[in-house]
Design a protein around this ligand. Sequence first.
Ligand code: KG4
Ligand code: ZN
Length: 336
Amino acid sequence: MLVLGIESSCDETGVALYDTDAGLVAHHLHTQMAMHAEYGGVVPELASRDHIRRVVPLTEACLAEAGKSLTDLDAIAYTEGPGLGGALLVGASYANALAFGLGIPVISVHHLEGHLLSPLLAEPHPAFPFVALLVSGGHTQLMAVRGVGDYEVLGETLDDAAGEAFDKTAKLLGLPYPGGPLLSKLAEQGDPNRFTLPRPMLKSDNLEMSFSGLKTAVLTLVKQVQAESGELDDATRNDICRAFQEAIVDVLVQKSLKALKLTGMKQLVVAGGVGANKQLRAALDAAAAKRGFAVFYPPLALCTDNGAMIAYAGAQRLKFAREAGGFGVKPRWDLA
Ligand code: KG4
Ligand code: ZN
């Protein structure tokens, strides 16, 4: 079966074709990052308009790459939520209209389910069950994944998501949007031993996390450095980036270890934009080697928002006969 996947929940238009026999056969993406950069964040109205401009050409590019035509499609999957209402409506309208015209099923997909299942697009990939660390700009959760549609939230952030903490901290350090990946690059050049920032809720028994205090701690540190030596020089800024990244990675690793212990599971899957973070990957790999569990990541290109994960999740839902409930979007929507 050939499934077209459409992602339009935020600032990336992602379209992909997933074949249940041949795997991912085409995958195209347009990121609006440059368009939103001058506003310092995503402008919802501009995002919706750009999705409208991109979705048809991206679909055509996927079909051309795979040597297929619209009539070869067996189903269309789209992100129903959570995300920006207007942006989601673009994908929802296009998917529903196209599926109606072709007389094929349409499958609505939860954006986070897309992220959760995306590591299954890689080789080698885990078999169920596994613990998933979902770390994106909007969510930070540890989940027990026992099968398609069988998800249990083990713990989550009580305030900011990890990616949000990266982005907000980058902004207060004067880094241009989108700050998270840039902060992480600068952190690589920073000294891990110069500053130490708090690890919120590290010692708590549960799997809950909190990252908003970390951002405030960075602000306090910046003010302290400025009071002592005036302007923040590049080396000091890099050292602060490093201290921030050390703290956030430490919390994510320790909480993931706790989740594995609690569930008795031996596989950890990392998904979502922050899963692209090199230091997080290195720390999890080291912990896995030491403690004898396996850790899986989606390919880097599939860590951030994309159509492939939606096509894949849609194909899995189709396999288990879980179709969409009808045309609509859910800007706010809990996965479990
Ligand atoms: O999953 P995603 O593309 O979109 C959401 O669904 O939120 O994640 C985007 C988030 C942003 O907050 C971005 O700053 C963060 O992932 N991110 C990173 C890195 N690459 C992306 N954070 C830390 N290190 C990175 N290398
Ligand atoms: Zn996402």
